[in-house]
Design a protein around this ligand. Structure first.
Ligand SMILES: Cc1ncc(COP(=O)(O)O)c(C=O)c1O
Length: 415
């Protein structure tokens, strides 16, 4: 069959005429394939899926009921455009009550998003020209950088390691990169490391941004999912509103991943520019969903309950992985446990299995132990285990955790 002329019309940013021809298999596809193969080889056995990056539960019943009510209102049926006041007001109340951020003007300093991912894909349009540099953390969520590159932007990666407490070393950016830098993208509590930021770090970020005339985008997708301390907002830092915005979402904090709703708040000029590009990108999230999201932001106890569940599961996972030899420390938030990946597995029969990378370990865990995790090899060879595994009760959770103990019981890991 001759090739369609369409093949030669693709933009260079997605591969040009070579688009779709790469045979490289990406990490998440490799995981999916390994899971399928393991299930086919082990009929009747279940994968313990610790690789999932989203909540295992539905939104709370009262939130579903709120959506139902709002969906019935004729005035909510049309294009929402940049939204009405309901979510903006609730967002400002939420920032004040939960994050201690006072004085956010709901009219000019807040705008809804169709989730943080959508906001991260829109903001580069407002900021990035060809050759501009974006400072991003690795490992991390790459969406802002991907879109920045679409516009000819360049990503400068800052490594997150255990040694730097998973906080980027801002002083490490070379001067010639710094002069071309326009944005710094941060995410705390962090995916995948589970790390949380500190007020001192955020103060340093504000000073860094002001000194170098850089915009800060703080992706707070896991904002209030913290276990002991209070949620820490970047916007609570003195001067933060002069330099950046923070992105909040109902996806993880309120078990609403599929609903697609959040907000961007902070610097008025940035919010306005986001709104202008957004207005030319989508026609706004369904107002019924925005109003249900507003209900959530007025009920932060929902997040506290969810965080309590993750904290309990995290205690169990830390114990089980610790007993299996992993060096584990309970994170202060998120639902991710990030651990150094082993170099070798030694079986009871004395067999030594050597691993060249975290990806090797992840594949081996799926194939041999039916345990799924997500590997990261960018800053260290590390594995991310998530506590969002499916379990309907505490009894079920404990059963899964003891199953995990059993599956890891006949190997010793060397690091
Ligand atoms: C760091 C980070 N940012 C953003 C998102 C996407 O959030 P949302 O569902 O609000 O688009 C995710 C989802 O995995 C994430 O891990």
């Amino acid at each position: 069959m001759s090739e369609s002329y369409i093949q030669n019309l693709f933009a260079e940013r997605i591969g040009g005429s070579q688009y779709g021809k790469s045979t490289a298999i990406y990490k998440f596809e490799k995981i999916k394939r390994a899971k399928r193969a393991a299930m086919a080889l082990n009929p009747g056995r279940k994968i313990i899926d610790l690789g999932v990056g989203e909540p295992d539960e539905m939104a709370f019943p009262e939130v579903v009921a709120k959506l139902h009510d709002e969906a019935k209102k004729p005035e909510n049926r049309g294009y929402a455009d940049n939204g009405d006041a309901v979510l903006k007001l609730a967002a400002a109340r939420y920032l004040a009550r939960v994050c201690g951020v006072k004085g956010i003007n709901p009219e000019t300093e807040v705008l809804h998003s169709i989730g943080n991912k959508a906001a991260l894909s829109i903001l580069p349009t407002a900021l990035i020209n060809s050759g501009d540099v974006v400072l991003m953390t690795v490992p991390g969520y790459p969406v802002f950088g991907t879109h920045a590159k679409y516009y000819g932007g360049v990503v400068h990666n800052l490594k997150l390691t255990a040694e730097n407490g998973f906080l980027p070393d801002l002083d490490s950016v070379p001067p010639e990169v710094l002069v071309r830098s326009k944005a710094l993208v941060l995410n705390y509590p962090n995916n995948p490391t589970g790390a949380t930021a500190t007020p001192e770090f955020f103060e340093k970020v504000v000073a860094f941004a002001k000194k170098n005339k850089i915009v800060v985008i703080h992706d707070a997708a896991y904002a209030a999912l913290v276990f002991d301390d209070k949620p820490l907002s970047f916007l609570a830092t003195p001067g933060a509103k002069d330099v950046g915005v923070e992105l909040h979402s109902t996806s993880k904090s309120f078990n609403m991943t599929g609903w697609r709703c959040g907000f961007v708040a902070g610097n008025e000029l940035l919010v306005k520019a986001y709104g202008d590009v957004k207005d030319n990108t989508d026609s706004g999230q369904f107002l019924a969903i925005q109003h249900a999201a507003a209900y959530c932001f007025d009920h932060p106890d929902i997040t506290e309950k969810i965080a309590g569940k993750y904290s309990r599961r995290m205690n169990g996972l830390v114990r089980v992985l610790g007993e299996a030899g992993f060096k584990v420390k309970k994170p202060k938030g998120s639902f991710f446990l990030y651990v150094r990946s082993p170099k070798t597995a030694v079986t009871k029969s004395g067999q030594h299995i050597a691993f060249a990378s975290a990806e090797d370990v992840s594949q081996w865990l799926i194939t041999e132990k039916l345990i799924s995790s997500v590997p990261w090899d960018d800053a260290c060879a590390c594995l991310r285990f998530s506590v969002t595994f499916e379990a309907k009760s505490v009894v079920e959770e404990n059963r899964i955790l003891s199953d995990l103990t059993g599956r890891l019981g006949d190997v010793r890991f060397e690091f």
